[in-house]
Design a protein around this ligand. Structure first.
Ligand code: ARG
Length: 292
């Protein structure tokens, strides 16, 4: 099955073209296809019996973010949130979402305070010591973003490798690795929220930042002064997986079955379409701490 999924991913990755500043384009990330789930009920143990406790970092449209609903209240949205609900339903569990910063997601899963993390998580081999990873459910890509005013400064990744530059990446993310790989001479600034990184790029406080491409595209739609200047090769583990509490094999198996089904029956594509639509509406930046 892995092979099949990898083939689908390679095709999806190959279709991703160069993104020009200021031009709006369709989100070209693709979900992958899987095989039929062979469901056999096994006893799944979770942190709170009867519940699936999920950590996420809602600063990452269209994966997870706060959108403003019809009566004006902020509501967790995004295809990761929808997938979390789908997995909970599939397993017959009640969904409990725990919003934290991204480094908190890694910590919550590592310390087993939650059952899973769904947060656009790259299945980085370096994380395998602290969590297990599901199959991939989505493949995006990596970008270097800057402001419209600065876009001419960055024609190639070499232009990002300069000691005069301040370049952002989210704390704990693989984007920090990208910054260290391609911009090691620059001052690398780690911030806990992607939305703060976007705000600082727009304000000219950061010269640029490394961000997941679908997220960069989503924020660029809302903030047209944000530009995707460069596509960034990532040699680690492209794509998003669910991070599962290490050693909870029954849960990992159940999560994989749910993902396989959501990819196969078109549900994941629907979740992605809805999330992209919502992310182009009014969204709240950052993390609402009281919205737990
Ligand atoms: N894919 C990157 C990683 O796993 C970034 C994920 C950030 N997610 C978020 N919700 N802010 O390191």
């Amino acid at each position: 099955m892995r092979k099949k999924i990898m083939a689908a991913i390679m095709i999806a990755t190959m279709t991703i073209g160069i993104v020009a500043c200021g031009s709006s384009k369709d989100n070209n990330a693709q979900s992958t296809t899987g095989e039929t789930a062979q469901t056999e009920t096994e006893q799944i143990t979770t942190v709170t019996p009867g519940k699936l406790t999920v950590a996420t970092s809602p600063d990452f449209a269209p994966y997870e973010f706060y959108s403003v609903n019809e009566d004006g209240t902020p509501e967790l949205a995004g295809f990761d949130i929808a997938l979390a609900g789908y997995i909970a339903d599939y397993l017959g569990l009640e969904l409990e979402i725990v919003p934290v910063d991204f480094d908190g997601v890694l910590m919550e899963v590592q310390t087993k305070s939650v059952d899973i993390g769904i947060s656009g998580l790259s299945p980085d081999p370096k994380r395998e010591a602290i969590m297990d990873f599901s199959e991939l459910y989505y493949v995006g890509g990596q970008s270097f973003v800057t402001s419209k005013a600065n876009k001419d400064k960055f024609k190639s990744l070499d232009d990002t490798n300069n000691s005069n530059l301040e370049i952002g990446a989210q704390t704990g993310s693989i984007q920090v690795d990208l910054a260290n790989t391609y911009s090691s001479s620059a001052d690398i600034i780690q911030l806990t929220k992607v939305t703060d990184i976007v705000a600082e790029v727009l304000a000219g406080k950061l010269d640029g930042a490394y961000i997941e491409t679908p997220v960069a595209e989503s924020y660029a739609k809302n903030y047209p002064d944000l530009c995707i200047a460069l596509e960034v090769p990532y040699e680690g583990a492209e794509g998003s997986a669910v991070g599962v509490s290490k050693g909870n094999d029954a849960l990992l198996k159940g999560v994989n079955e749910a993902i396989t089904q959501a990819l196969k029956d078109g549900t994941m594509d629907e979740f992605i379409a809805t999330a992209n639509e919502k992310a182009s509406g009014e969204i709240i930046e950052g993390l609402l701490d009281d919205n737990k």
